[in-house]
Design a protein around this ligand. Structure first.
Ligand code: NDP
Length: 293
């Protein structure tokens, strides 16, 4: 293996420690406790794990955590009413509605009902527009975590060729916007892209967010490139049981890349750390206080 491992777990711990320190100052100096409300509808097992983990880490950094668990057959109107309550609650600075929502709900409608200033996930259409036009916004947590790792590793990203695999609204598109904002030359690839291997081979930075286990092999990677693996896929182990893998084939990619994020322990922990950082930012903005760096 030649690649340097980008340790997202350690980086996320550092980010959380900084958030914790700033939360302590907010409480001590201003009597303000940042609060994050997480809304889960239904009993999707993966979502339950994420929500539990978000709640635990929110409390660990000294913020108030408000969990709202609703039945799978909750009506859209009931969910919208809860969001309205949270929008008007001064103790709540960040709101996150865990996706995916049950099929009878319109996710766009629900997300766009969140006060954009409290939109901790950055999915509200106003925040999408602000990000796209380079204005101050709430930035989606997963791409923000990827960008922080890239900046930490490279310093400036200016002029680098970046290929984002995947064009979802929650990862691929905002990732591309952020890389463009840092003056990369950005290509967004997707399931209709022709000769994906050749496209990826031109990249100094590859961000893989396709949701296909180990799809990217090492011979697609330009020697020395930086590979950020967003994928979280559970696969069967030959000896029984399951394990988590990313969207890139770690071993073959690590043999060629200059740096690579592991799965688990890469993008995942950074996503939650950025959620906490976003909540802190929202709290500072709501109270007219200086934002954390
Ligand atoms: P989506 O399913 O919404 O999007 C997947 C994208 O990948 C689509 O744009 C799709 O193209 C593209 N794609 C699918 N198959 C191929 C292929 N064979 N070749 C090229 N492109 C392809 O996924 P998400 O963006 O929500 O998530 C992506 C991955 O990231 C998942 O593994 C998810 O679990 C993980 N994830 C991890 C997070 C973390 O915190 N670490 C947070 C969020 C997601 P098209 O549009 O043409 O269909």
């Amino acid at each position: 293996m030649t690649a340097q491992i980008i340790d997202g777990k350690a980086f996320a711990a550092t980010v959380r420690a900084q958030v914790k320190e700033q939360v302590a100052h907010l409480i001590a100096d201003h009597g303000i406790t940042p609060g994050l409300a997480v809304v889960l509808v239904g009993e999707d097992p993966a979502s339950q794990v994420y929500v539990r983990s978000k709640g635990k880490m929110t409390t660990e950094v000294g913020m108030a955590s408000f969990e709202h668990k609703l039945d799978v057959d909750t009506s859209e109107a009931e969910l919208l009413a809860l969001i309205e309550t949270l929008n008007n609650d001064p103790a709540v600075h960040g709101i996150l509605v865990q996706l995916p929502l049950p099929g009878h709900m319109n996710s766009d409608l629900v997300i766009n009902a969140i006060n954009p200033a409290k939109d901790a996930d950055g999915f509200h259409i106003s925040n999408v527009g602000l990000l796209g036009t380079g204005q101050k916004s709430m930035v989606p947590c997963t791409p923000l975590g990827c960008l922080m790792m890239l900046r930490d590793h490279h310093g400036s990203l200016s002029g680098m060729n970046a290929v984002v695999l995947g064009r979802s609204n929650i990862v691929g598109k905002p990732m591309a916007q952020l890389l463009l904002g840092d003056s990369c030359t950005v290509t967004i690839a997707h399931s209709r892209t022709k000769d994906l291997a050749a496209v990826v081979r031109g990249a100094d930075i590859v961000v893989a967010a396709v949701g296909r286990p180990q799809m990217v092999p090492g011979d697609w990677i330009k020697p020395g490139a930086t590979v950020i693996d967003v994928g979280i896929n559970r696969i069967d182990k030959p000896e029984g049981g399951t394990r988590l893998v990313g969207d890139v084939d770690f071993d073959s990619c690590a043999a060629v890349a200059g740096a690579i994020t592991p799965v688990p322990g890469g993008v995942g922990p950074m996503t939650i750390a950025c959620l906490l950082a976003n909540t802190l930012t929202a709290c500072c903005r709501a109270n007219g206080l200086q934002e954390p760096e």
